[in-house]
Design a protein around this ligand. Sequence first.
Ligand SMILES: Nc1ncnc2c1ncn2[C@@H]1O[C@H](COP(=O)(O)OP(=O)(O)OP(=O)(O)O)[C@@H](O)[C@H]1O
Length: 480
Amino acid sequence: MWHQCLEVLRDEFPAQQFNTWLRPLQSDHREGQLMLFAPNRFVMDWVNEKYLRRIEEVLKDLNGGQAPRVNMKVGSAPRESEPVERSEVPVRVNGQVHEETGSQVTEEEKGVAATVAGPASIKPKSSGDRRPVQVEGDIKHQSFLNEGFTFETFVEGKSNQLARAASMQVAENPGGAYNPLFLYGGVGLGKTHLMHAIGNEIVRRNPRAKVAYLRSERFVADMVKALQLNAINEFKRYYRSVDALLIDDIQFFARKERSQEEFFHTFNALLEGGQQVIVTCDRFPKEIVDMEERLKSRFGWGLTVMVEPPELETRVAILMKKADQANVKLSSEAAFFIAQKIRSNVRELEGALRLVIANAHFTGSEITPPFIRESLKDLLALHEKQVSIDNIQRTVAEYYKIKVADLLSKRRTRTVTRPRQVAMALSKELTNHSLPEIGDAFGGRDHTTVLHACKKIVELQETDPSIREDYQNFMRLLTT
Ligand SMILES: Nc1ncnc2c1ncn2[C@@H]1O[C@H](COP(=O)(O)OP(=O)(O)OP(=O)(O)O)[C@@H](O)[C@H]1O
């Protein structure tokens, strides 16, 4: 019943709210009582205040008008027993079976170890001690927190408000606020920036704190190297000794079974020790493919927050801030012009600004919209070339698993009309074609049909989280 209830709530609330507060709840239903388990007190209080009444109503409907008793507590639902971590046993590598659990280093993991060049980059991060530390087995630990990625340099907007607030709380109270903190969202939206901001803030508040930041490939490479050098115990000891472990782009753990297992144990040890874990990913935990369920479920124990693509005002504010940091005067008209043209992500926005600034320095020109248009000519041409109606139709058809011909046909079944409307709205937003031109490209439809589709999709994005997510995915797919 709880799963059915979640399905109803998923349609009612925006994806971010649903994923942050409702999805992590676990349930246990017995003797007419539904116990909901929240990963921490904060989530429990929030759900109690904001959602419980609606949850009860939905459950009542699902239960033929009879409301089950709903109680909440912090913790996790009773589950089937999970394998218990055993003591550290020496491990043999090169495809031989790991004695503890039977999992092997996969070919993928060996590949990562081979391609991540140079010594392992994990360093106990304390501002007082920035020397790389040599440990047995010749694994040099270095970690690099980008000192420019701080909360001060991070521009807050609607799209990242929740993620920023949660990150700030973690930085103020590592191990005590939300553990783990799971930040997810599309490329170039500021997840790494926030993660470093947390690390930098932890160290600023406590210069002796050990913060390890690394991309997940590095964790894999280090682990394989440690196995090869017979130094797995040092590896474990190191990772379990940090005050905060920051792992970026966890999706690269997919299919790396041995690393997932190692990370799982490290993760548990850290959580048990009250040490902070922060993870970023390009998608919601449950949607990571080829990742162990128990690991995904652990990710949901703390707080899971989405970083969304910034809206126009935030893009403008980001440009102004970046220009200011570069000591460049940028008029709001110029910032607006760039922000309107570059919508995909912040990384690309920054790249465009850098190009404009470099050109302005080089030519001694003032930064005006015509100058920007000229400076970004190649980039914009590339965008315009890539985002053709044809490209949009192919992308949308592939995504919804229908044929392009269906989009152009007269068919009016729901499975076809909604994707067609999405494709029309995207064509309006991402190309310079007029409404009649778009109508023509969709099997000779009238421009009023296109207009109706655009309005409908704007409306649905407000009310239907799945359409909103689809639309954002398309914007990402088509513009990056
Ligand atoms: N809100 C923001 N304010 C200021 N700068 C930002 C903001 N969001 C992103 N940036 C900047 O955009 C660039 C890309 O951000 P970042 O590397 O954090 O993205 P990401 O979400 O981790 O992407 P990926 O998934 O590709 O790793 C960085 O230079 C970062 O400083």
